[in-house]
Write a protein that binds this ligand. Structure first.
Ligand SMILES: [Zn+2]
Length: 69
């Protein structure tokens, strides 16, 4: 059985880093938790047939960038 695997970009609410998150679509629902690759806070968590596995920073220059305020 072929499982669909790909990546999605998710922006961390805590540090603003752009994470490239790998996921696999499974037929069964399962719990997942993925930490931000930049700050270690929880980036994604929940339960579903799309299982998020791991994260990596997409753009290192974004990490720690000034927020303007
Ligand atoms: Zn973060």
């Amino acid at each position: 059985m072929a499982l669909f695997q790909s990546t999605e970009d998710h922006i961390c609410d805590d540090c603003g880093a752009v994470n490239v998150v790998s996921f696999t679509d499974y037929p069964d629902r399962d719990r997942y938790t993925v930490d931000c690759a930049g700050c270690g806070q929880v980036l994604l968590s929940g339960k579903g047939s799309r299982f998020y596995e791991s994260s990596a920073l997409k753009d290192h220059s974004k990490k720690g960038a000034p927020q303007g305020e």
